[in-house]
Design a protein around this ligand. Structure first.
Ligand SMILES: Cc1ncc(C[n+]2csc(CCOP(=O)(O)OP(=O)(O)O)c2C)c(N)n1
Length: 795
């Protein structure tokens, strides 16, 4: 293996400097949790120096401080470009303390100076109304990972490392966090890391032994079992153990040196054209007490090294003089007078191992990805248009068409290596297969002759873990790149909570002027509820849209393109957008092509509009419609048009207006969403007083939720998925949910005043048609030929 020169061993003097830095960081962390005044302990602590509400987490913090101190040294010693991801993000005091010490905090927030006034502000603002959150939130420079919801550190870290060949992402994993599903599966992430073209992740498993109130499983495993587990995951673990009396600076420094040396060696081999199959990456297991250096015992009960250290070890400092005294002893045990000058600035010597400029962990440009973001080189999406000579005359598979465009996005950005497609083993199933014409699917493990399309440097990256896909993409986007996640609609719910966290991150980040916009998170939901022909009920769930709607309007976009050309136009728009989560729902099954490309662009620009060619309310005298048939989604659009066809044939005097909605947010009032329609516009489109029969892709109540304030809301009658499903034909599925064309015609007859009696025969025919369609499926196993073969007949 290639030899990589290691820096010389750490001297005794170095460890003293590191220890001084660590003490300073610990002091600053305790100060943040407790103090509103007297930051340098210039006078004895008084109750009025203490915050009225003590909010924060001490337990994990000294361990993170220790890691940060040593990463700093390693960055300098190895001339390394590093970034940190703190899994136990509740250790916010650590990230704030270290970024303040290294100066990156003051660079970002100049009012929080590195002096006594700045220290006072640093302390006061922490977990304080109007101040900063207790976690490693977007407000913290150097962070792409809030860590409030545990489990995503390793996937985020790998997302940041992809296509960043010089970057090492140090990732602190909590031993509690390691019990979560997303983290447990993330140990496989390195199996998708290409040592030739990607950076590296250095996991540091923080075995501080406890969660909030329980021991952590990994911390209680016999050492040989833990070792076997981590080796089984493909790592080369190294152990650093510390205790109350033994601070392992020498061991940590040497272990980091070895780990970085190993990373560089693996990379050097691969980059010299000698990649090792399944390289064994290093990781560090750091076993140190929870609440290290804090109070050993409080009120006769052990605290340091137990779960009691998780949050605030001394809870009654304001009211209990014994606690106040313990706090003062604790803070003075760091000997702040040796660490900070009288003006409050850190003594220069303790910063000897701290990098400068963008090498500081709090100043890594990768953690403010917008500053590195380069626009994608996008092809002209119109070049992929399907030819539409007449609406519905031909069919295509929308996602297959999109695949040709994404293929060229990959091709054109191959050199700048800033676009990836992630998915849980579904890229081909979702018919984006064309992308594999220009790239492989990332694979670093063994291959067999029977394997297809695998490549160590593939741009498509698939693992059967929606959590990991989402985490990779979030890490990739937040570090300044672009991507696309395609997923079965029903199973995107697996990442509901991750989506929440990312949307929250974007909401906050958008308000921070120093955080530059990042590429949007694009989620394509396909293999959707209406066409789960192979699978059935378990695969039928359109509820992710409802979930997404709860988040802040400014970061959420939902698109339901009804055909291939509208999907291309929407996809182009999403790939150019910034700071959103774009959810696109589109089918992969053959679907009529309704709009030619020019019409598709116009329609997508409007977001919602009348389909003139399908409507007859504009004929002649420009009279108002008798009924509006609204639709959003590909299958609802098909059923609405088929219903319109029947209505126009059977009730030619009825004036029908067809309105298609591609951008769901258009339905909201303009006061609620930037894409929302004004009431005037909404009334013009849907009328304030005519019946609106609306066929919607998902659960029908969402349309009511979006339109409840509109004048005509009482006239809205929505059909959608009512949680009826199974493995059956496409038309049986829509019938089971009363969204079929025959039912829509009945809805019109029932709701348009005055036509009931004269359309009684048609209504009866519709009931009969439903019965016939149902029994046909039972007899022949497919849909009625006139349903299957129905096409829009231009008049
Ligand atoms: C997904 C999730 N479940 C539960 C919690 C509540 N919680 C916050 S901290 C914590 C314990 C974390 O333990 P560990 O990861 O070992 O962190 P440390 O001990 O270093 O604080 C729990 C359960 C959470 N934040 N996220």
């Amino acid at each position: 293996m290639t030899t990589v020169t290691a820096p010389g061993p750490v001297s005794e003097a170095d460890t003293q400097t590191l220890d001084r830095y660590w003490r300073a960081a610990n002091y600053l962390a305790v100060g943040q949790i407790y103090l509103v005044a007297n930051p340098l302990l210039a006078e004895p602590l008084q109750p009025e120096h203490i915050k009225p509400r003590l909010l924060g987490h001490w337990g994990t913090t000294p361990g993170i401080n220790f890691i940060w101190a040593h990463l700093n040294r390693a960055i300098l010693a190895h001339d390394a470009e590093m970034m940190i991801v703190v899994g136990p993000g509740h250790g916010g005091p650590a990230a704030l303390a270290n970024t303040w010490l290294e100066g990156s905090y003051t660079d970002t927030y100049p009012s929080v100076r590195r002096d006594v006034a700045g220290m006072h502000q640093l302390f006061r603002q922490f977990s304080f109304p109007g101040g900063v959150p207790s976690h490693v939130a977007p407000q913290v420079p150097g962070s792409i990972h809030e860590g409030g919801e545990l489990g995503y550190s390793l996937s985020h870290a790998h997302g940041a490392a992809f296509d960043n060949p010089d970057l090492i992402v140090a990732c602190v994993v909590g031993d509690g966090e390691a019990e979560t599903g997303p983290l447990a599966t993330s140990w496989h992430c390195h199996r998708f890391l290409n040592p030739a073209g990607d950076g590296a992740v250095l996991p540091i498993l923080h075995l501080n032994g406890w969660k909030i109130a329980n021991p952590a499983v990994l911390a209680r495993l016999p050492e040989d079992e833990l070792d076997a587990l981590l080796r089984g995951y493909g790592y080369e673990p190294a152990y650093v153990t510390g205790s109350h009396s033994d601070v392992p600076h020498l061991e940590m420094a040497a272990t980091l040196d070895t780990a970085i040396g190993r990373i560089r060696a693996i990379q050097a081999e691969a980059r010299a054209g000698r990649p090792q199959t399944a390289a064994r990456w290093p990781m560090i297991v750091m076993r140190t007490p929870k609440g290290w250096t804090g109070p050993v015992e409080v009120d006769g009960l052990p605290v340091e090294g137990t779960w009691r250290a998780h949050q605030v070890p001394l809870a009654e400092v304001r009211t209990n003089p014994a606690h106040l005294q313990l706090l003062e002893e604790w803070m003075r045990s760091y000997r702040p007078e040796e660490l900070f000058a009288p003006d409050g600035s850190p003594c220069p010597d303790l910063l000897r191992h701290v990098p400068t400029g963008t090498r500081r962990l709090g100043s890594s440009p990768h953690a403010n990805g917008g500053v590195l973001l380069r626009d994608l080189d996008l092809p002209d999406f119109r070049d992929y248009a399907v030819l539409v000579q007449a609406p519905g005359a031909r069919e295509s598979e929308p996602t297959k068409v999109l695949g040709t465009m994404l293929r060229d996005v990959l091709r054109r950005n191959d050199e700048q290596r800033n676009f990836r497609i992630v998915g849980p083993d579904e890229t081909e199933s979702n018919r984006l297969t064309a992308v594999l014409e220009v790239t492989g699917k990332t694979w670093e493990e063994q291959t067999l002759p029977v394997d297809r399309n695998l490549a160590p440097d593939g741009r498509v990256i698939e693992i059967l873990s929606e959590h990991t896909c989402q985490g990779w993409l979030e890490g990739y986007l937040l570090s300044g790149r672009h991507g696309w996640f395609s997923c079965y609609e029903a199973f995107i719910h697996i990442v509901d909570s991750m989506f929440n966290q990312h949307a929250k991150w974007l909401k906050v980040a958008r308000q921070l002027p120093w955080r530059q916009p990042v590429a949007s998170l694009n989620i394509l939901l396909t293999s959707h509820v209406w066409r789960q022909d192979h699978n059935g009920f378990s695969h039928q769930d359109p509820g992710f849209i409802d979930h997404v709607m709860n988040k802040k309007a400014e970061v959420i976009r939902v698109y339901l393109p009804p055909d291939a050309n509208t999907l291309l136009s929407v996809a182009d728009h999403c790939l150019r957008s910034r700071d959103y989560v774009n959810v696109i729902v589109a089918g992969k099954q053959p679907n009529p092509d309704w709009l030619d490309m020019d019409s598709a662009i116009l329609h997508c620009t409007r977001g919602a509009g009348i389909w003139e060619w399908a409507s007859n309310d504009g004929d002649g005298d420009g009279a108002e419609p008798d009924v509006v048939l609204g639709c959003a989604g590909d299958v609802p659009t098909l059923e609405v048009l088929a219903a319109t066809d029947i209505l126009r044939r059977e009730l030619p005097d009825l004036r029908v207006r067809v309105v298609n909605v591609v951008d769901l947010m258009r339905l909201q009032p303009d006061t609620e969403h930037p894409h929302g329609m004004s009431d005037a516009e909404f009334n013009a489109l849907f009328t304030p007083d005519k019946p609106v029969i609306f066929a919607y892709h998902g659960y029908p109540w969402l349309i009511h939720r979006l339109t409840y304030r509109r004048d005509g809301h009482n006239n809205f009658h929505v059909r959608g998925y009512k949680e009826e499903g199974t493995t059956t034909t496409p038309f049986d599925m829509v019938m089971m949910n009363d969204m079929d064309r025959f039912h829509l015609v009945m809805d019109v007859i029932d709701r348009v005043p005055g036509i009931g009696p004269r359309a009684a025969r048609l209504r009866q025919q519709m009931t009969d048609s439903r019965a016939r369609a149902r029994s046909w499926t039972r007899e022949y196993g497919e849909d009625l030929p006139e349903v299957r073969n129905w096409t829009w007949s231009a008049r």
